[in-house]
Design a protein around this ligand. Structure first.
Ligand code: NAD
Length: 285
């Protein structure tokens, strides 16, 4: 006999609420990622743009639709994010560490979930994010692409299998405008291989090499940074031993992968308990 499923009115009401669009605000909305994020929110069903903010500059007051080459939306770039945090269910932040520090405090004060893609953050910003995560869901990731998150898992596993006689170096290349190095993703890969080896990255990392460096110590995890052109982001993890070398890598050819991942993370925060989450939680890896 088929099982009859009858929706009670309160469940129907709940269903309606659960499918109301998720209101997403974008801080740093005129940046390279900010614009990509506006377009991605507009293209994603189940979401609505709550607004966009920027630091003082020429974009303040510009219509968010016009900013991304679309139809006017009747929402202008704000110079103060406070109202937007109050109006939004979740705010996405791909800006600068000093800006993210303030946004973490606003997220906690307004009980707004926060998605953070900013890289190069110091301990003060990480602390502020942890504090905000006691009040709201915070997803912070050095890289929001599905491919890189798969690479993180593969690198950790390879490091665990191969052991310290395989020298590990992480090579990354980004566009000429990038302001921090090594990239957040390279450092994330460093954390992953360190986890695989059950060591602390800080104790074995060599972030750059120059001059008479001496022979490579066993167990060191090295980084090398290239900058130039419009490279969106290339990362390679190299495991080198006597007689063989393994290289696993990822090449991003469009920033849309980061925006897509960040909007997916934003949708994931709906009704999520407060906490500090990573992309592997969002992707259930
Ligand atoms: P960008 O310089 O093009 O954009 C940054 C924007 O933030 C600018 O428009 C700037 O005006 C704005 N901003 C700075 N301070 C602000 C403030 N106080 N309030 C509001 N806006 C402010 O840089 P981008 O290429 O878009 O990258 C932004 C950040 O995102 C960088 O840290 C970058 O490394 C990181 N990033 C992360 C990922 C990821 O997947 N996690 C992917 C790409 C870029």
């Amino acid at each position: 006999m088929p099982h009859l499923h009858i929706l009670r009115p309160e469940f129907e009401a709940g269903f309606t609420m659960a499918t109301s669009p998720l209101k997403i605000g974008i801080v740093g909305c005129a940046g390279r990622m900010g614009r990509m994020l506006i377009s991605e929110v507009l293209a994603t069903s189940g979401t609505a743009l709550a607004g966009g903010s920027e630091q003082p500059g020429p974009h303040i007051g510009t219509d968010l639709g016009v900013l991304v080459g679309a139809k006017p939306l009747g929402l202008n770039v704000l110079d103060n994010p406070e109202g937007m945090f109050s109006a939004a269910d979740v705010v996405i932040d791909f800006t600068r560490p000093e800006a993210t520090l303030g946004h973490a405090k606003l997220a906690a004060a307004t009980k707004t979930a926060l998605i953070v893609g900013t890289t190069g953050m110091g301990d003060d910003v990480h602390r502020a994010l942890s504090e905000a995560a006691q009040k709201v869901a915070v997803v912070s990731a050095p890289n929001f692409s599905l491919g890189v998150n798969v690479l993180l898992g593969l690198a950790e596993k390879a490091a665990a299998i191969l052991g310290p006689e395989y020298d590990i170096d992480i090579l990354e290349m980004h566009h000429r405008h990038k302001v921090d190095a090594p990239s957040g993703t390279a450092l994330g890969l460093g954390q992953a291989v360190a986890r695989g080896r059950q060591v602390e990255l800080d104790q074995v990392a060599r972030k750059s090499r120059e001059g008479i460096t001496g022979a490579r110590p066993t167990g060191e995890i090295g980084f090398a940074t290239l900058r130039g052109g419009d490279v969106v982001g290339d990362h390679t993890v190299i495991f080198a031993a006597d007689g063989e070398r393994i290289e696993i890598g990822h090449k991003a050819s469009s920033r849309v992968i980061f925006a897509r991942g960040a909007v997916r993370a934003a949708l994931w925060t709906r009704d999520r308990r407060p906490g500090l989450y990573a992309m592997r939680d969002v992707l259930d890896l």
